[in-house]
Design a protein around this ligand. Structure first.
Ligand code: IPM
Ligand code: MN
Length: 354
């Protein structure tokens, strides 16, 4: 019997539509091979839609997306829209409204890909960052006082609920168990300065750890962890952290696995529809040129399949990605790959079906 899924597709801005097309190609190829069919429901959101008629993220779209099996997003961000509007009102709103409380960001150096880290090989860089995705500094609390005067005060609050922290940490432990690689979870926080929020994270971490006697634990302050990600990434299996620290350290994660052209991520609420996206932005200068690297989007498609429980299909996409990276691509950089965006997608699709 063939399986059928509804996937909400938000190509978005800049090179988003180009890379999404290649991600969908991979989904379709894997679907053909494994008797999976998809209904792709497209949503025109992002900078163009906003500039055209003020559309950001309508309630009706949120409702429809809730009913999908998964969501596939390209990129949100437009050079003609003031920074912050699209990010907050579309991307972050999707994460918050759908309560996608996990941002899962694997950091994997594939064979054949260059890392800026001297002497590090693929076996040294293979871990996952579990970033809290629904609160922290991103909750947006705070305000101005005496704005625009010499006495101006700006307060930016970080919201950390026991429930929010616990569900995130619990997910990290479960993920480490399921991954079955290092069976180790590192908490990344800043207990020496953030004496309230990091204290809560630390206590909850210790409590949750008791339920996972098979998983080892470690703690690092965020600043030290940034250093260790570069010096000794092989020590990590799963890193769990708050929203802002997770945002920052996953940019390090992206670059050590070869750059934004390859970094994929998932916004997840277990049991509900989840949203998968390449971590790189909309890359406006490459828009429409068929030059951008679609691998991060294809990796997001692979994560989407894994999330749907289509492990065989996901593995086929994973192996195809590996093959293209190790045999075909000259570089991960836009315009230097030796292939166009769509040719890379064609190669992946061909390897999936081989
Ligand atoms: C990311 C991005 C977003 C974030 C921005 C675009 C709001 O940097 O997904 O990492 O800060 O979460
Ligand atoms: Mn970021």
């Amino acid at each position: 019997m063939s399986k059928h899924y509804t996937v909400g597709v938000i190509p978005g801005d800049g090179t988003g539509p180009e890379v999404v097309a290649e991600g969908l190609k991979a989904l379709e190829a894997a679907g053909r091979k494994h008797a999976i069919t998809f209904d792709f429901k497209r949503y025109d959101l992002g900078g163009e839609a906003y500039l055209r008629d003020g559309t950001l993220l309508p309630e009706s779209v949120i409702r429809e997306l809730r009913d999908t099996d998964a969501i596939f997003l390209g990129a949100i961000g437009h050079p003609d829209v003031k920074p912050g509007i699209l990010e907050r009102e579309v991307l972050l709103k999707l994460r918050f409204e759908l309560d996608l409380y996990i941002n899962l960001r694997p950091v994997v150096l594939h064979p054949g890909v260059d890392t800026p880290l001297k002497g590090k090989r693929p076996e040294d860089i293979d871990f996952v960052v579990v970033r809290e995705n629904s609160e922290g500094m991103y909750a947006g609390g705070g305000g101005f006082f005496k704005k625009g005067t010499a006495d101006e005060v700006a307060i930016q609050e970080s919201v950390n609920t026991r429930k929010g922290v616990e569900r995130c940490i619990r997910y990290a432990f479960e993920y480490s168990r399921k991954r079955n690689k290092g069976k180790h979870v590192t908490l990344c926080a800043k207990t020496n300065v953030l004496i309230y929020e990091s204290d809560l994270w630390f206590r909850v971490f210790q409590d949750v750890a008791k339920d996972f006697p098979d998983i080892d634990t470690g703690y690092q302050h965020v600043d030290a962890l940034c250093m260790w990600m570069i010096k000794n990434p092989e020590q990590f299996d799963v890193i769990v952290t708050g929203n802002l620290f997770g945002d920052i350290i996953t940019d390090i994660g992206a670059i050590i696995q070869g750059g934004l052209g390859i970094a994929a991520g998932g916004n997840i609420h277990p049991g509900q529809s989840a949203m998968f996206e390449p971590i790189g932005g909309s890359a406006p200068k490459y828009t429409g040129q068929n030059k951008i690297n679609p691998m991060a989007a294809i990796g997001s498609a692979q994560m989407l399949l894994e999330y749907l429980g289509e492990d065989k299909a996901a593995d086929d996409v994973f192996q195809a990605i590996r093959k293209v990276l190790s045999q075909d691509l000259k570089s991960l950089e836009a315009g230097r790959m030796g292939y166009t965006t769509s040719e890379v997608g064609d190669l992946v699709a061909r390897y999936i079906l081989d």
